[in-house]
Design a protein around this ligand. Structure first.
Ligand SMILES: [Zn+2]
Length: 138
């Protein structure tokens, strides 16, 4: 897969291009590295494109969400009533899931992947890098 971060005019390996997961900053660059390392098939099932956009951080809905996870909201309303029946239909609370989006650049087909899996992958990669660094020092 071509790496869109290579020719970017922005440093996609540093804030604000990423999200904090379990206290660790995970960058857009990490996301693309994860896809390169883990995905065995990166062809879009609908249009056969191999170019994907990646969105790690996408919410303005709840300002107090420190990590800006992708948020799914529903338009449904919750019935609130008394013995006489329904009296109000306030909107349901939005739910937040620690997910990131992978979007086909050509047809827009969108997949979600767990940010926790991405963060665990980065943790394992960092441990391997640290091991290599230490063995290189001997
Ligand atoms: Zn597609």
């Amino acid at each position: 897969m071509s790496d869109p971060t290579e020719n970017s005019e922005f440093d996609l390996s540093a804030p604000p291009y990423g999200v904090v997961v379990r206290g660790e900053f995970v960058s857009v660059k990490d996301g693309y590295d994860f896809m390169d390392d883990v995905f065995k098939n990166n062809e879009c099932p609908w249009c056969h494109s191999h170019n994907w956009d990646l969105i790690l951080r996408a919410t303005e809905i709840e300002q107090d969400q420190e990590d800006g996870y992708v948020v799914y909201t529903t338009e449904h309303y919750v019935d609130v009533g008394n013995e006489d029946g329904i009296t109000a239909r306030p909107p349901a609370q939005p739910f937040t899931y620690p997910m990131f989006l992978v979007i086909c650049d050509t047809c827009g087909f969108t997949r979600t992947h767990s940010l926790l899996s991405l963060q665990r992958w980065k943790e394992r990669r960092n441990a391997v890098d640290e091991g290599n660094r230490l063995s290189g020092e001997e």
